[in-house]
Design a protein around this ligand. Sequence first.
Ligand code: X8Z
Ligand code: ZN
Length: 611
Amino acid sequence: MRNFLFLATLLAAFAIALPAQTKPSAKPPTVAEAQAFIDTANADLLKLTNEDQQAHWVEETYITDDTESLAAQADTRLLARTNELVIAARRFDGLQMPPSLAREFLLLKLNGSPTDPKLLEEMSLLGAQLDGMYGKGKYCPPGKPCVGVDTVQVTMQESRDPQELLDTWVGWHKIAVPMRAIYPRFMELQNEGAREFGYKDEGQLWRAGYDMTPQQFSEEVDRVYQQLQPFYKELHAYVRSRLIAKYGDVARRPDGMIPAHLLGNMWAQEWDNIADIVTPSDTQQPYDIGQLLVARHTDALGMVHYGENFYKSIGFPALPDTFWQRSQFTKPRDRDVVCHASAWDVDSDRDVRVKVCLFPNDTDFTTVHHELGHNYYQMAYRNQPFLFRNGANDGFHEAIGDSIALSITPTYLKQLGFINQMPPESADIPLLLRQAMKKVAFLPFGLLIDKWRWQVFDGTIKPADYNKSWWALREQYQGVAPPVDRTENDFDPGAKFHIADNVPYMRYFLARIYQFQFYRAMCRASGYTGPLYRCSVYGSKEAGDKLATMLAAGQSQPWQLTLKQMTGEDHLDASAMIEYFQPLTTWLHEQNVKNGVTPGWTVAADPLKAK
Ligand code: X8Z
Ligand code: ZN
């Protein structure tokens, strides 16, 4: 889970003497000196990043005060050295150099943490503490054992008892209350670092990593969301009417919003777990992957082998032995760990791992493919200079595994022997509906998380308004409302992993779009010509070669170029996603018209002003 930018948000600076070649000198620097400087930077960052990864791996798989402290110390060392390098790199400003070298400087400069060692140390420790608080978070139902996020999420997925869902929702959200005391300081320290390095605030630094201006980036994500919003609203309206049919008044709100605890997910971010509730009664889901896994006695390891087998089928290598020896596949019984799934690149070479707490269900089967996408990306770009060992942008990294998981179609499941015969064509709509509940339902959530954080960083949202501003965005974008009254004693953002762990989130919004672009390109490369949603590239070396070429480029060129080489498109483009879901879009609209349901909801004027 190496994320350079993310780590840069976590560290402090020590006054270490600069290496000789970085000391300012009167003579203008040469390209050879610039190259030597970048070589040193790559070597130092490689070493410190690997040490940092080791410390974080131990912390997240064994949370204690000591491991938190060790992880914070490793962050501090890496961020301090990064700061030094960014400052020293200024010596080469204005020097004409080959594009690839110039890009390494550009990427290096997308970093900036407080240079005061005390502040850097403080920031690192707060970051590690927030991560630990989330990992240790538990809900203790009365008279039952306390459970962590992996188990509460299974309850949200499987329970159809509204009271149990409500209790679990409320219980889990309590884990974040103590974070509220330290979160404002953590955000302030990140801003401090960003400002020292010339950014307006940390949010602007986060938005600067996309080969366009931060302003253009914000406009770009809004533009694409506008294209898809009508589809989301149709889905929302349809799902709401089905929830009312199932739960009655519990699901009904006069403002047209959906209570957040009924959507099969703790954060109401993906809704596919309630596919059973929304599938029309005259049809059915042709299969449930979770049930198939259970029937076949497939355990966590078996699920990961299915994932690896897919990548191998398109020409990727087997995972290294160390992957199998060092990964965490299930939750250990005897200690606190961060269960939120992640993929790791511990030595920036072949020591890749996943850290997951798998259950045999459909969500986790997709997650396996998602995480392995990260690992195959990491191994594919390992021959690049260290500064290029990253996704073309972070949205690419998140999209690879998902673009593979789109190939988990009936054709693929039949090839694996999961099902004996192909479902009839009439199963297309239920299957597409399930897929939309996962992919389309996520879009506003994927967008709003960082809309909230960007506004916290730029000061529009003050600590006193954290919770109401969070819900204002969730209501505005998702049309989802809290199931019980919330107050400013709560800190509901912190109940979501990426807020507590400080992982930028717009990457997932981007990935929801890119994955369909990648998938369409792979389907075309494989020679497939039928409806997009039925395509599986399992076994296609042509599709695999196309993907492998993109992965090997890492971050060595602007992502627009990498995208163009892969797909022929040079921008974030919703057309593949729209093509994929086309039959469902028509169907949903017809259902809503037939049922007299008008898409949309009303939100309170402006909760921040109505204080
Ligand atoms: O965090 C993840 C992955 C790890 S990078 C499991 N995802 C986001 C989330 O769970 O909120 C994947 C989809 C969105
Ligand atoms: Zn991911």
